[in-house]
Design a protein around this ligand. Structure first.
Ligand code: PEP
Ligand code: MG
Length: 572
Protein backbone atom coordinates (compact mmCIF):
# COMPACT_ATOMS: atom_id res chain seq x y z
CA UNK A 1 0.00 0.00 0.00
CA UNK A 2 1.09 3.53 -0.58
CA UNK A 3 0.01 7.05 0.34
CA UNK A 4 1.44 10.53 0.66
CA UNK A 5 4.22 10.67 3.26
CA UNK A 6 3.67 13.83 5.32
CA UNK A 7 5.87 13.25 8.34
CA UNK A 8 9.22 11.49 7.96
CA UNK A 9 10.38 8.48 9.91
CA UNK A 10 10.27 4.69 9.94
CA UNK A 11 7.59 3.03 12.01
CA UNK A 12 6.81 -0.56 13.00
CA UNK A 13 4.00 -1.19 15.49
CA UNK A 14 0.56 -2.58 16.18
CA UNK A 15 -2.46 -1.10 14.41
CA UNK A 16 -5.40 0.48 16.22
CA UNK A 17 -8.35 1.21 13.95
CA UNK A 18 -9.97 4.41 15.11
CA UNK A 19 -13.52 4.51 13.88
CA UNK A 20 -15.93 6.91 15.44
CA UNK A 21 -19.59 6.09 15.86
CA UNK A 22 -21.60 8.18 13.40
CA UNK A 23 -23.28 11.29 14.74
CA UNK A 24 -27.00 11.17 14.04
CA UNK A 25 -28.83 14.45 14.41
CA UNK A 26 -32.29 14.19 15.90
CA UNK A 27 -34.77 16.92 16.69
CA UNK A 28 -36.70 15.38 19.54
CA UNK A 29 -36.47 18.37 21.88
CA UNK A 30 -37.47 17.83 25.50
CA UNK A 31 -38.25 21.35 26.63
CA UNK A 32 -36.36 24.55 25.96
CA UNK A 33 -34.99 24.79 29.51
CA UNK A 34 -33.63 21.25 29.52
CA UNK A 35 -32.17 21.56 26.00
CA UNK A 36 -30.52 24.83 26.96
CA UNK A 37 -28.99 23.11 29.99
CA UNK A 38 -27.67 20.23 27.81
CA UNK A 39 -26.02 22.77 25.50
CA UNK A 40 -24.49 24.88 28.29
CA UNK A 41 -23.09 21.85 30.06
CA UNK A 42 -21.53 20.43 26.86
CA UNK A 43 -20.08 23.84 26.03
CA UNK A 44 -18.47 24.10 29.46
CA UNK A 45 -17.03 20.57 29.43
CA UNK A 46 -15.67 20.91 25.89
CA UNK A 47 -14.17 24.29 26.82
CA UNK A 48 -12.40 22.80 29.84
CA UNK A 49 -11.16 19.86 27.81
CA UNK A 50 -9.83 22.25 25.19
CA UNK A 51 -7.97 24.26 27.83
CA UNK A 52 -6.38 21.03 29.02
CA UNK A 53 -5.46 20.10 25.45
CA UNK A 54 -3.86 23.51 25.05
CA UNK A 55 -1.67 22.99 28.11
CA UNK A 56 -0.73 19.51 26.92
CA UNK A 57 0.11 20.78 23.44
CA UNK A 58 2.19 23.61 24.89
CA UNK A 59 4.34 21.28 26.94
CA UNK A 60 4.64 18.54 24.31
CA UNK A 61 4.55 20.25 20.93
CA UNK A 62 5.22 23.95 21.52
CA UNK A 63 3.44 27.23 20.99
CA UNK A 64 2.24 26.67 17.39
CA UNK A 65 0.33 23.56 18.40
CA UNK A 66 -1.06 25.26 21.52
CA UNK A 67 -2.26 28.21 19.42
CA UNK A 68 -4.66 25.91 17.57
CA UNK A 69 -6.46 25.13 20.83
CA UNK A 70 -6.28 28.71 21.93
CA UNK A 71 -8.28 29.53 18.80
CA UNK A 72 -10.73 26.72 19.66
CA UNK A 73 -11.24 28.24 23.14
CA UNK A 74 -11.96 31.61 21.54
CA UNK A 75 -14.56 30.04 19.23
CA UNK A 76 -16.19 28.24 22.20
CA UNK A 77 -16.62 31.57 23.99
CA UNK A 78 -17.75 33.48 20.92
CA UNK A 79 -21.19 35.03 21.41
CA UNK A 80 -21.78 35.23 17.65
CA UNK A 81 -21.87 31.43 17.74
CA UNK A 82 -23.55 30.95 21.12
CA UNK A 83 -26.41 33.47 20.76
CA UNK A 84 -28.01 31.97 17.61
CA UNK A 85 -27.79 28.47 19.12
CA UNK A 86 -29.63 29.64 22.23
CA UNK A 87 -32.18 31.41 20.04
CA UNK A 88 -32.91 28.26 18.00
CA UNK A 89 -33.29 26.24 21.22
CA UNK A 90 -35.69 28.85 22.61
CA UNK A 91 -37.76 28.42 19.44
CA UNK A 92 -38.26 24.73 20.20
CA UNK A 93 -35.34 22.86 18.60
CA UNK A 94 -33.15 20.30 20.32
CA UNK A 95 -29.68 21.39 21.47
CA UNK A 96 -28.14 18.90 19.04
CA UNK A 97 -30.08 20.28 16.07
CA UNK A 98 -29.28 23.90 17.00
CA UNK A 99 -25.54 23.26 17.33
CA UNK A 100 -25.48 21.32 14.08
CA UNK A 101 -27.32 24.05 12.19
CA UNK A 102 -25.30 27.03 13.42
CA UNK A 103 -21.89 25.41 13.18
CA UNK A 104 -22.58 23.83 9.78
CA UNK A 105 -23.41 27.31 8.45
CA UNK A 106 -20.21 28.66 9.96
CA UNK A 107 -18.17 25.85 8.41
CA UNK A 108 -19.61 26.65 4.98
CA UNK A 109 -18.76 30.34 5.40
CA UNK A 110 -15.14 29.53 6.24
CA UNK A 111 -14.83 26.97 3.46
CA UNK A 112 -15.84 29.58 0.92
CA UNK A 113 -13.24 32.12 2.07
CA UNK A 114 -10.60 33.24 -0.40
CA UNK A 115 -7.78 33.06 2.05
CA UNK A 116 -6.34 29.54 2.21
CA UNK A 117 -5.46 29.92 5.88
CA UNK A 118 -8.99 30.99 6.81
CA UNK A 119 -10.67 28.36 4.64
CA UNK A 120 -8.63 25.66 6.38
CA UNK A 121 -10.05 26.92 9.70
CA UNK A 122 -13.34 25.28 8.68
CA UNK A 123 -11.67 22.07 9.88
CA UNK A 124 -11.26 23.54 13.36
CA UNK A 125 -14.91 24.48 13.55
CA UNK A 126 -15.88 21.01 12.35
CA UNK A 127 -13.72 19.58 15.12
CA UNK A 128 -15.54 21.73 17.71
CA UNK A 129 -18.94 20.88 16.26
CA UNK A 130 -18.24 17.13 16.42
CA UNK A 131 -16.95 17.31 19.96
CA UNK A 132 -20.00 19.29 21.16
CA UNK A 133 -22.37 16.89 19.40
CA UNK A 134 -20.61 13.76 20.74
CA UNK A 135 -20.71 15.17 24.23
CA UNK A 136 -24.44 15.94 23.99
CA UNK A 137 -25.26 12.56 22.39
CA UNK A 138 -23.09 10.63 24.86
CA UNK A 139 -20.97 9.06 22.08
CA UNK A 140 -17.65 8.22 23.69
CA UNK A 141 -14.94 7.24 21.21
CA UNK A 142 -11.78 5.21 21.79
CA UNK A 143 -9.63 7.00 24.31
CA UNK A 144 -6.41 7.88 22.51
CA UNK A 145 -5.16 9.60 25.64
CA UNK A 146 -4.37 6.25 27.24
CA UNK A 147 -2.60 3.77 24.99
CA UNK A 148 -0.97 0.82 26.63
CA UNK A 149 1.66 0.14 23.98
CA UNK A 150 3.37 1.51 20.92
CA UNK A 151 0.53 2.00 18.43
CA UNK A 152 -0.15 3.05 14.86
CA UNK A 153 -3.38 5.02 14.79
CA UNK A 154 -5.33 4.23 11.64
CA UNK A 155 -8.19 6.60 10.91
CA UNK A 156 -10.22 8.07 8.10
CA UNK A 157 -9.01 11.47 9.20
CA UNK A 158 -7.48 12.79 12.39
CA UNK A 159 -8.70 16.05 13.87
CA UNK A 160 -6.42 18.50 15.74
CA UNK A 161 -8.00 17.62 19.09
CA UNK A 162 -7.48 13.90 18.49
CA UNK A 163 -3.81 14.48 17.68
CA UNK A 164 -3.16 16.68 20.66
CA UNK A 165 -5.18 14.53 23.02
CA UNK A 166 -3.10 11.49 22.12
CA UNK A 167 -0.84 9.68 24.45
CA UNK A 168 2.06 10.80 22.25
CA UNK A 169 4.75 8.64 23.79
CA UNK A 170 2.82 5.56 22.71
CA UNK A 171 1.85 6.76 19.24
CA UNK A 172 4.40 5.25 16.91
CA UNK A 173 2.74 6.48 13.74
CA UNK A 174 -0.43 7.61 11.99
CA UNK A 175 -2.07 6.37 8.80
CA UNK A 176 -5.04 8.24 7.37
CA UNK A 177 -7.35 7.66 4.46
CA UNK A 178 -7.83 11.35 3.81
CA UNK A 179 -5.95 14.55 4.55
CA UNK A 180 -3.37 16.69 2.83
CA UNK A 181 0.18 17.76 3.42
CA UNK A 182 -1.01 20.86 5.22
CA UNK A 183 -4.05 19.65 7.06
CA UNK A 184 -3.66 20.26 10.75
CA UNK A 185 -3.15 16.60 11.51
CA UNK A 186 -0.14 16.59 9.17
CA UNK A 187 1.27 19.79 10.64
CA UNK A 188 0.92 18.44 14.15
CA UNK A 189 2.40 15.07 13.19
CA UNK A 190 5.46 16.87 11.87
CA UNK A 191 5.66 19.07 14.95
CA UNK A 192 5.45 16.04 17.21
CA UNK A 193 7.80 14.11 14.89
CA UNK A 194 5.34 11.25 14.56
CA UNK A 195 5.77 9.46 11.20
CA UNK A 196 2.58 9.81 9.19
CA UNK A 197 1.05 9.01 5.82
CA UNK A 198 -2.19 10.44 4.46
CA UNK A 199 -4.36 9.68 1.44
CA UNK A 200 -4.18 5.87 1.66
CA UNK A 201 -7.16 4.28 -0.06
CA UNK A 202 -9.07 1.51 1.70
CA UNK A 203 -7.07 1.33 4.95
CA UNK A 204 -10.01 -0.02 6.91
CA UNK A 205 -10.69 -2.77 4.41
CA UNK A 206 -7.07 -3.89 4.34
CA UNK A 207 -6.07 -3.67 8.02
CA UNK A 208 -7.43 -5.13 11.27
CA UNK A 209 -6.88 -4.22 14.90
CA UNK A 210 -3.67 -5.75 16.18
CA UNK A 211 -1.97 -6.18 12.77
CA UNK A 212 1.73 -5.44 12.84
CA UNK A 213 2.55 -2.90 10.13
CA UNK A 214 5.72 -1.13 9.02
CA UNK A 215 5.82 2.12 7.06
CA UNK A 216 8.09 4.87 5.85
CA UNK A 217 6.65 8.36 6.50
CA UNK A 218 8.95 9.86 3.91
CA UNK A 219 8.23 7.68 0.88
CA UNK A 220 4.64 6.84 1.82
CA UNK A 221 5.29 3.06 1.54
CA UNK A 222 3.31 0.75 3.85
CA UNK A 223 4.33 -2.89 4.41
CA UNK A 224 2.04 -5.58 5.80
CA UNK A 225 2.55 -9.32 6.46
CA UNK A 226 6.29 -8.99 6.93
CA UNK A 227 8.30 -12.16 7.51
CA UNK A 228 10.43 -12.51 10.65
CA UNK A 229 13.56 -11.65 8.69
CA UNK A 230 11.95 -8.62 7.09
CA UNK A 231 10.85 -7.38 10.52
CA UNK A 232 14.39 -7.75 11.86
CA UNK A 233 15.80 -5.89 8.86
CA UNK A 234 13.24 -3.08 9.28
CA UNK A 235 13.97 -2.74 13.00
CA UNK A 236 17.67 -2.54 12.32
CA UNK A 237 17.05 0.16 9.74
CA UNK A 238 14.95 2.07 12.24
CA UNK A 239 17.54 1.86 14.99
CA UNK A 240 20.21 3.12 12.58
CA UNK A 241 17.88 5.96 11.56
CA UNK A 242 17.28 6.98 15.18
CA UNK A 243 20.98 7.00 16.01
CA UNK A 244 21.86 8.91 12.90
CA UNK A 245 19.11 11.52 13.42
CA UNK A 246 20.31 12.20 16.93
CA UNK A 247 23.82 12.80 15.65
CA UNK A 248 22.65 14.88 12.70
CA UNK A 249 20.55 17.15 14.88
CA UNK A 250 23.69 18.18 16.73
CA UNK A 251 24.78 19.88 13.49
CA UNK A 252 21.91 22.39 13.39
CA UNK A 253 23.94 25.17 14.93
CA UNK A 254 27.24 24.23 13.31
CA UNK A 255 28.38 26.23 10.29
CA UNK A 256 28.30 24.36 6.99
CA UNK A 257 32.02 24.65 6.40
CA UNK A 258 34.08 22.30 4.26
CA UNK A 259 37.27 20.69 5.48
CA UNK A 260 39.21 23.51 3.83
CA UNK A 261 37.06 26.13 5.54
CA UNK A 262 34.74 27.21 2.71
CA UNK A 263 31.13 28.09 3.45
CA UNK A 264 28.51 25.99 1.65
CA UNK A 265 25.11 27.70 1.47
CA UNK A 266 22.37 25.23 2.27
CA UNK A 267 18.85 26.41 1.42
CA UNK A 268 15.46 24.72 1.45
CA UNK A 269 12.65 24.23 -1.07
CA UNK A 270 9.13 24.96 0.17
CA UNK A 271 5.60 24.75 -1.23
CA UNK A 272 3.57 26.69 1.34
CA UNK A 273 4.25 29.12 4.19
CA UNK A 274 3.66 26.31 6.71
CA UNK A 275 6.81 24.59 5.46
CA UNK A 276 8.97 27.38 6.88
CA UNK A 277 8.87 25.88 10.39
CA UNK A 278 10.99 22.96 9.22
CA UNK A 279 13.36 25.25 7.35
CA UNK A 280 14.02 27.19 10.55
CA UNK A 281 14.29 24.02 12.58
CA UNK A 282 17.08 22.76 10.33
CA UNK A 283 18.93 26.10 10.47
CA UNK A 284 18.88 26.66 6.68
CA UNK A 285 20.70 29.65 5.20
CA UNK A 286 17.71 30.63 3.09
CA UNK A 287 14.89 29.45 0.84
CA UNK A 288 16.15 28.60 -2.63
CA UNK A 289 12.77 27.75 -4.11
CA UNK A 290 9.29 28.70 -2.96
CA UNK A 291 7.07 26.84 -5.43
CA UNK A 292 4.39 29.53 -5.37
CA UNK A 293 2.04 27.54 -7.59
CA UNK A 294 1.18 25.41 -4.56
CA UNK A 295 -0.87 28.38 -3.36
CA UNK A 296 -2.98 27.85 -6.51
CA UNK A 297 -3.29 24.08 -6.47
CA UNK A 298 -5.97 22.12 -4.65
CA UNK A 299 -8.45 24.97 -4.43
CA UNK A 300 -11.59 25.76 -6.31
CA UNK A 301 -10.78 29.40 -7.06
CA UNK A 302 -7.68 31.52 -7.62
CA UNK A 303 -5.89 32.97 -4.59
CA UNK A 304 -6.38 36.72 -4.31
CA UNK A 305 -3.59 39.31 -4.33
CA UNK A 306 -4.13 39.86 -0.61
CA UNK A 307 -3.98 36.17 0.25
CA UNK A 308 -0.74 35.81 -1.72
CA UNK A 309 0.71 38.97 -0.20
CA UNK A 310 0.08 37.59 3.30
CA UNK A 311 1.66 34.26 2.38
CA UNK A 312 4.84 35.82 0.96
CA UNK A 313 5.07 38.26 3.85
CA UNK A 314 4.73 35.45 6.37
CA UNK A 315 7.63 33.57 4.79
CA UNK A 316 9.82 36.68 4.48
CA UNK A 317 9.17 37.70 8.07
CA UNK A 318 9.89 34.24 9.39
CA UNK A 319 13.17 34.04 7.48
CA UNK A 320 14.20 37.46 8.85
CA UNK A 321 16.84 38.75 6.47
CA UNK A 322 17.83 35.47 4.89
CA UNK A 323 17.29 35.17 1.11
CA UNK A 324 13.89 33.89 0.00
CA UNK A 325 13.66 33.00 -3.71
CA UNK A 326 10.02 32.95 -4.78
CA UNK A 327 9.47 31.33 -8.12
CA UNK A 328 6.57 32.83 -10.05
CA UNK A 329 3.78 30.54 -11.19
CA UNK A 330 4.90 27.25 -12.69
CA UNK A 331 1.48 25.92 -13.62
CA UNK A 332 1.07 23.38 -16.39
CA UNK A 333 2.97 20.14 -16.98
CA UNK A 334 1.82 17.86 -14.19
CA UNK A 335 0.48 20.76 -12.11
CA UNK A 336 -3.12 21.60 -12.93
CA UNK A 337 -5.17 24.48 -11.59
CA UNK A 338 -8.83 23.59 -11.98
CA UNK A 339 -9.96 27.22 -11.66
CA UNK A 340 -8.11 28.16 -14.86
CA UNK A 341 -10.06 25.67 -16.94
CA UNK A 342 -7.10 25.07 -19.28
CA UNK A 343 -7.42 22.84 -22.32
CA UNK A 344 -5.85 19.37 -22.07
CA UNK A 345 -2.62 19.21 -24.05
CA UNK A 346 -0.99 16.28 -25.86
CA UNK A 347 2.40 17.18 -24.40
CA UNK A 348 1.79 19.26 -21.28
CA UNK A 349 5.47 19.41 -20.19
CA UNK A 350 6.31 21.02 -23.51
CA UNK A 351 3.15 23.03 -23.69
CA UNK A 352 1.54 26.11 -22.20
CA UNK A 353 3.45 25.97 -18.94
CA UNK A 354 4.91 28.41 -16.40
CA UNK A 355 6.08 31.72 -17.92
CA UNK A 356 4.37 30.84 -21.23
CA UNK A 357 1.04 30.57 -19.46
CA UNK A 358 1.70 33.83 -17.58
CA UNK A 359 2.24 35.53 -20.93
CA UNK A 360 -1.12 34.21 -22.14
CA UNK A 361 -2.82 35.23 -18.91
CA UNK A 362 -1.15 38.51 -18.08
CA UNK A 363 -3.75 39.43 -15.43
CA UNK A 364 -2.98 36.29 -13.49
CA UNK A 365 0.73 37.10 -13.55
CA UNK A 366 0.17 40.73 -12.54
CA UNK A 367 -1.82 39.70 -9.46
CA UNK A 368 1.09 37.57 -8.33
CA UNK A 369 3.72 40.21 -9.11
CA UNK A 370 1.76 42.88 -7.22
CA UNK A 371 1.53 40.58 -4.20
CA UNK A 372 5.25 39.84 -4.37
CA UNK A 373 6.31 43.46 -4.75
CA UNK A 374 4.04 44.55 -1.90
CA UNK A 375 5.66 41.91 0.31
CA UNK A 376 9.17 42.88 -0.83
CA UNK A 377 9.79 45.25 2.07
CA UNK A 378 9.25 42.45 4.60
CA UNK A 379 12.57 40.70 3.98
CA UNK A 380 15.16 39.56 1.48
CA UNK A 381 12.93 38.69 -1.47
CA UNK A 382 14.35 37.35 -4.74
CA UNK A 383 12.01 36.80 -7.71
CA UNK A 384 12.67 33.89 -10.06
CA UNK A 385 11.02 33.04 -13.39
CA UNK A 386 10.50 29.39 -14.35
CA UNK A 387 10.74 27.73 -17.79
CA UNK A 388 12.52 30.61 -19.46
CA UNK A 389 13.58 29.47 -22.92
CA UNK A 390 14.49 32.72 -24.66
CA UNK A 391 15.79 36.18 -23.90
CA UNK A 392 12.49 37.60 -25.17
CA UNK A 393 10.62 35.82 -22.39
CA UNK A 394 13.07 37.01 -19.77
CA UNK A 395 12.87 40.60 -21.00
CA UNK A 396 9.06 40.46 -21.09
CA UNK A 397 8.86 39.08 -17.52
CA UNK A 398 11.24 41.75 -16.26
CA UNK A 399 9.20 44.45 -18.01
CA UNK A 400 6.10 43.18 -16.18
CA UNK A 401 7.90 43.55 -12.85
CA UNK A 402 8.86 47.11 -13.82
CA UNK A 403 5.25 47.87 -14.84
CA UNK A 404 3.94 46.52 -11.54
CA UNK A 405 6.50 48.47 -9.58
CA UNK A 406 5.37 51.73 -11.27
CA UNK A 407 1.72 50.90 -10.71
CA UNK A 408 2.24 50.26 -7.00
CA UNK A 409 4.40 53.34 -6.55
CA UNK A 410 1.72 55.49 -8.18
CA UNK A 411 -0.68 54.07 -5.57
CA UNK A 412 1.76 55.15 -2.84
CA UNK A 413 2.78 51.57 -1.95
CA UNK A 414 6.43 51.02 -1.04
CA UNK A 415 8.43 48.51 -3.06
CA UNK A 416 11.99 47.52 -2.22
CA UNK A 417 14.70 48.90 -4.53
CA UNK A 418 17.13 46.60 -6.37
CA UNK A 419 15.15 43.39 -5.98
CA UNK A 420 17.27 40.53 -7.31
CA UNK A 421 15.60 38.93 -10.34
CA UNK A 422 16.76 35.57 -11.62
CA UNK A 423 15.74 32.57 -13.64
CA UNK A 424 15.46 28.84 -13.36
CA UNK A 425 17.90 27.32 -15.83
CA UNK A 426 15.97 24.23 -16.80
CA UNK A 427 15.76 24.34 -20.59
CA UNK A 428 18.82 23.46 -22.70
CA UNK A 429 18.44 26.58 -24.90
CA UNK A 430 19.22 28.70 -21.85
CA UNK A 431 21.98 26.46 -20.52
CA UNK A 432 23.76 26.54 -23.90
CA UNK A 433 23.54 30.32 -24.14
CA UNK A 434 23.91 30.92 -20.40
CA UNK A 435 26.44 33.73 -20.96
CA UNK A 436 23.79 35.84 -22.66
CA UNK A 437 21.22 35.25 -19.92
CA UNK A 438 23.71 35.87 -17.13
CA UNK A 439 24.18 39.42 -18.38
CA UNK A 440 20.49 40.16 -17.82
CA UNK A 441 19.90 38.29 -14.54
CA UNK A 442 20.94 38.76 -10.93
CA UNK A 443 21.15 35.02 -10.28
CA UNK A 444 20.59 31.57 -11.74
CA UNK A 445 19.10 28.49 -10.13
CA UNK A 446 19.51 25.22 -12.01
CA UNK A 447 16.34 23.14 -12.18
CA UNK A 448 17.80 19.69 -12.79
CA UNK A 449 14.41 18.00 -12.69
CA UNK A 450 13.37 19.66 -15.92
CA UNK A 451 16.85 20.21 -17.36
CA UNK A 452 17.33 16.43 -17.28
CA UNK A 453 13.99 15.68 -18.94
CA UNK A 454 14.39 18.29 -21.69
CA UNK A 455 18.04 17.44 -22.40
CA UNK A 456 17.42 13.72 -22.62
CA UNK A 457 13.88 13.92 -24.08
CA UNK A 458 12.69 11.72 -21.21
CA UNK A 459 9.35 12.60 -19.60
CA UNK A 460 10.14 12.89 -15.88
CA UNK A 461 6.81 11.31 -14.91
CA UNK A 462 6.82 8.35 -17.30
CA UNK A 463 7.45 5.07 -15.43
CA UNK A 464 8.22 3.19 -18.66
CA UNK A 465 11.37 5.19 -19.36
CA UNK A 466 12.39 6.09 -15.81
CA UNK A 467 15.72 4.25 -16.17
CA UNK A 468 16.69 6.76 -18.88
CA UNK A 469 16.02 9.73 -16.62
CA UNK A 470 19.45 10.31 -15.12
CA UNK A 471 21.13 13.53 -14.05
CA UNK A 472 24.55 11.82 -14.21
CA UNK A 473 24.22 11.66 -17.99
CA UNK A 474 27.38 13.31 -19.43
CA UNK A 475 25.29 15.81 -21.40
CA UNK A 476 23.44 16.92 -18.26
CA UNK A 477 26.56 17.32 -16.15
CA UNK A 478 28.23 19.23 -19.00
CA UNK A 479 25.31 21.64 -19.13
CA UNK A 480 25.41 22.08 -15.35
CA UNK A 481 29.11 22.94 -15.57
CA UNK A 482 28.53 25.37 -18.44
CA UNK A 483 25.79 27.18 -16.55
CA UNK A 484 27.73 27.59 -13.30
CA UNK A 485 30.82 28.80 -15.15
CA UNK A 486 28.81 31.23 -17.28
CA UNK A 487 27.21 32.70 -14.15
CA UNK A 488 30.57 33.17 -12.53
CA UNK A 489 32.05 34.79 -15.64
CA UNK A 490 29.33 37.43 -15.35
CA UNK A 491 29.80 37.72 -11.60
CA UNK A 492 26.36 36.40 -10.62
CA UNK A 493 25.65 33.55 -8.18
CA UNK A 494 24.34 30.22 -9.38
CA UNK A 495 22.32 27.87 -7.18
CA UNK A 496 20.51 24.61 -7.76
CA UNK A 497 16.99 23.76 -6.62
CA UNK A 498 16.33 20.55 -8.56
CA UNK A 499 16.45 17.24 -6.71
CA UNK A 500 20.09 16.71 -7.77
CA UNK A 501 21.12 19.37 -5.23
CA UNK A 502 20.24 16.92 -2.44
CA UNK A 503 21.96 13.96 -4.03
CA UNK A 504 25.03 13.00 -1.98
CA UNK A 505 26.93 11.82 -5.07
CA UNK A 506 26.28 15.12 -6.84
CA UNK A 507 27.44 17.16 -3.87
CA UNK A 508 31.17 16.70 -4.52
CA UNK A 509 30.77 17.51 -8.21
CA UNK A 510 28.78 20.68 -7.47
CA UNK A 511 31.13 21.77 -4.70
CA UNK A 512 34.03 21.35 -7.13
CA UNK A 513 32.24 23.69 -9.51
CA UNK A 514 31.74 26.22 -6.69
CA UNK A 515 27.93 26.13 -6.84
CA UNK A 516 26.80 29.07 -4.70
CA UNK A 517 23.72 27.59 -3.10
CA UNK A 518 22.22 24.12 -2.71
CA UNK A 519 18.45 24.11 -2.22
CA UNK A 520 16.64 20.97 -1.11
CA UNK A 521 13.81 19.58 0.98
CA UNK A 522 14.34 20.39 4.66
CA UNK A 523 14.69 16.77 5.72
CA UNK A 524 17.79 16.37 3.49
CA UNK A 525 19.61 19.44 4.74
CA UNK A 526 21.51 18.15 7.76
CA UNK A 527 22.72 15.15 5.85
CA UNK A 528 24.13 17.43 3.15
CA UNK A 529 25.77 19.54 5.86
CA UNK A 530 27.33 16.48 7.47
CA UNK A 531 28.73 15.36 4.14
CA UNK A 532 29.99 18.80 3.08
CA UNK A 533 31.96 18.95 6.33
CA UNK A 534 33.81 15.79 5.30
CA UNK A 535 34.91 17.18 1.92
CA UNK A 536 37.37 19.80 0.78
CA UNK A 537 36.64 21.99 -2.22
CA UNK A 538 40.12 21.31 -3.52
CA UNK A 539 39.59 17.55 -3.81
CA UNK A 540 36.09 18.18 -5.24
CA UNK A 541 37.68 20.24 -8.02
CA UNK A 542 39.74 17.18 -8.89
CA UNK A 543 36.67 14.98 -9.05
CA UNK A 544 35.12 17.39 -11.58
CA UNK A 545 38.13 16.87 -13.87
CA UNK A 546 37.81 13.12 -13.39
CA UNK A 547 34.19 12.93 -14.58
CA UNK A 548 34.11 15.48 -17.38
CA UNK A 549 35.54 13.22 -20.05
CA UNK A 550 33.56 10.11 -19.23
CA UNK A 551 31.18 8.65 -21.78
CA UNK A 552 28.23 7.19 -19.87
CA UNK A 553 25.98 8.08 -16.94
CA UNK A 554 27.02 4.87 -15.16
CA UNK A 555 30.68 5.78 -15.35
CA UNK A 556 30.02 9.25 -13.96
CA UNK A 557 27.86 7.91 -11.15
CA UNK A 558 30.41 5.26 -10.22
CA UNK A 559 33.30 7.71 -9.90
CA UNK A 560 31.21 10.12 -7.82
CA UNK A 561 29.85 7.31 -5.64
CA UNK A 562 33.28 5.87 -4.93
CA UNK A 563 34.58 9.31 -4.08
CA UNK A 564 31.75 9.94 -1.59
CA UNK A 565 31.77 6.46 -0.06
CA UNK A 566 35.39 6.89 0.96
CA UNK A 567 34.57 10.08 2.79
CA UNK A 568 31.26 9.23 4.41
CA UNK A 569 31.34 8.84 8.16
CA UNK A 570 28.74 7.29 10.46
CA UNK A 571 26.26 10.12 10.19
CA UNK A 572 26.36 11.17 6.56
C1 PEP B 1 13.25 21.64 -11.54
O1 PEP B 1 12.73 21.56 -12.64
O2 PEP B 1 14.37 21.17 -11.26
C2 PEP B 1 12.53 22.32 -10.44
C3 PEP B 1 13.09 22.56 -9.28
O3 PEP B 1 11.24 22.69 -10.67
P1 PEP B 1 9.97 21.70 -10.62
O4 PEP B 1 10.43 20.39 -10.08
O5 PEP B 1 8.97 22.37 -9.75
O6 PEP B 1 9.58 21.66 -12.05
MG1 MG C 1 11.08 22.80 -13.18
Amino acid sequence: MRGLGVSNGLCYAKVLLYEEQPIIITDDAKNAEEESHIFKEALQVVYEETLALKEKALSEAGKDAADIFDAHCTILKDETMITPIKEIIRNGSSAVKAVDQVLSDLIRTFEEMDDEYLSLRALDIKDIKDRLLRKMLGLEGINLGKLSESTIIVAKDISPSMTAGMDVKNVAGMLMESGGKNSHASILARTLEIPAIVGVDGLFAKLSNGDMVAFDGETGEIYTNLSKDEVEAFKKKKKAETDRKAKLSQLVHEESLTKDGQKINLYCNIGTPDDVAKVLEKGADGIGLFRSEFLYLSRKDLPSEQMQYLSYKKVLNAMENKPVIVRTLDIGGDKEVPALGLKKEENPFMGLRAIRLCKEKKDLFMVQLRALLRASTAGNLHIMFPMISSLDELRWAKSMVAECREELQSEGIAVKENLPIGIMVEIPSVAIKADLFAKECDFFSIGTNDLTQYTLAVDRGNEAISSLYNHFNPAVISLIKMVIEAAHRSGIPCGMCGEAAANPEMLAFLMGLHLDEFSMTASALLEAKALARELSVKECEEVVTMVMNLETADQVEKILKDFIEKRRNKIC
